[in-house]
Design a protein around this ligand. Structure first.
Ligand code: NAD
Ligand code: DAU
Length: 350
């Protein structure tokens, strides 16, 4: 048996594939388009491991996905592939519509055709797991209760609107065609292999190269932070024990203001790699993100109660491991921050 992972050369997908193989799971077919965010260097530890097969391809290519499914006969498809960066979706939404909406639709069509050809027993065991985000629920006031799975969808950015559309399509394919789906809606991840356009790796990188640490607006926006390894165990648990057609919120019970995250990073770097002055001196408040969601918070009681999943890392333990990883993997950072990355940073922070 095999599982098919889409987007497995990106940040969360690569962490998932590495953890899955380390835990002795079935062979993985890793299907990834290798956009700017996809990086085979993330999978270097699996080189020569015949339980990991990489296939370059686009989830929007129905014929190719059909061929790959027929060839590898997976017992599950886990869809991580997406355009994932909110700022890029504001700058140019087109790729988000193409991959997150049209791509997910074409992937679902290919999977529906494949599942239709399985025996009754194989079809009953088959799963399509869709990896989504808490951003589909919109923004919370300071004192509002955290998002439950019943919270109405109110996406505010082109990214979150495209993910919301993909969630609705997944739901509809279950309701209409009986496709055996489960969906996860997770909060902000951090950890190894995260591309340094997202808050935490960008701040670590800029701090180390002596650049400003650009905090949007007043820095009071709140996110819930989850260590990526915990997200991976949640996905495994939902794949094994999730109820068909259900959605599960995944979160770290760890709400923090952006400015507090940045202060924490500066303090860890001050201890790990001290300079004459604190890294806090590099903090610069910059123009806010248009339509910037004020607060996300995840109520993760359902996945705990129904499936028995809880995060293992606290923010204190996870963020220290993460800073250590970036300090120890500067050649990875150097490779991903060359070339096109520079053009993005110049345009975004001009
Ligand atoms: P990422 O941007 O790091 O990686 C995305 C991967 O998908 C890349 O390897 C890319 O090459 C691939 N990809 C993009 N378009 C594709 C296409 N058309 N066909 C095949 N592959 C394609 O993203 P990430 O942060 O690892 O997020 C993975 C998933 O988790 C996304 O669906 C995202 O919406 C969701 N998510 C992310 C977070 C987070 O904090 N990063 C939190 C909750 C949910
Ligand atoms: O909530 C889950 C989502 O988290 C995922 O679905 C997305 O794929 C992922 O990118 C992430 O979205 P955010 O927009 O919350 O993440 P980002 O790291 O871009 O920003 C986190 C917060 O930090 C946000 O409030 C904006 C702020 N920020 C970000 C950057 C890049 C800054 O203040 N300065 C920055 O330079």
């Amino acid at each position: 048996m095999t599982i098919l992972v889409t987007g497995g050369a990106g940040f969360i997908g690569a962490n998932f594939v590495i953890d899955w193989i380390a835990a002795g799971g079935e062979p993985v077919l890793n299907y990834d388009k290798l956009t700017y965010a996809g990086n085979l260097e993330n999978l270097a530890s699996l080189k020569g491991n015949n339980r990991h097969v990489f296939e370059q391809g686009d989830i929007g290519n129905f014929e190719h996905v059909r061929k790959v499914l027929a060839q590898h006969q997976p017992r599950a498809v886990l869809n991580f592939a997406a355009e994932s960066h909110v700022d890029r979706s504001i700058a140019s939404p087109g790729a988000f519509i193409d991959t997150n909406i049209v791509g997910t639709y074409r992937l679902l069509e290919a999977v529906r055709a494949y599942a239709g050809e399985l025996s009754a027993a194989d079809k009953a065991a088959f799963r399509f797991l869709h990896v989504s985000t808490d951003e589909v629920y919109g923004s919370l006031d300071a004192k509002a209760p955290a998002f439950t799975e019943e919270h109405p969808y109110q996406p505010n950015s082109p990214y979150s609107a495209s993910k919301a559309a993909s969630d609705h399509l997944v739901r509809a394919y279950h309701h209409t065609y009986g496709l055996p789906v489960v969906t996860t809606n997770c909060s902000n991840n951090y950890g190894p292999y995260q591309f340094p356009e997202k808050l935490i790796p960008l701040m670590i990188h800029n701090a180390l190269v002596g650049k400003p640490l650009p905090v949007y607006g007043d820095g009071q926006n709140v996110r819930d932070w989850l260590y990526v390894g915990d997200h991976c165990t949640a996905i495994r648990a939902v794949l094994e024990r999730g109820a068909l057609g259900e959605t599960y919120n995944v979160g770290g019970w760890n709400e923090m203001k952006n400015i507090d995250v940045v202060h924490t990073l500066c303090d860890i770097l001050d201890a790990e790699k001290p300079k004459d002055v604190s890294y806090r001196k590099q903090i610069t408040f910059v123009t806010d993100r248009p339509g910037h969601d004020r607060r996300y918070a995840i109520d993760a009681r359902k996945i705990d109660k129904d499936i028995g999943w809880k995060p293992k890392e606290t923010f204190e333990t996870g963020i220290r491991k993460t800073v250590r990883w970036y300090l120890d993997n500067q050649s990875w950072v150097k490779n991903v921050t060359s070339g096109a990355y520079r053009d993005w940073v110049t345009a975004q922070y001009k």
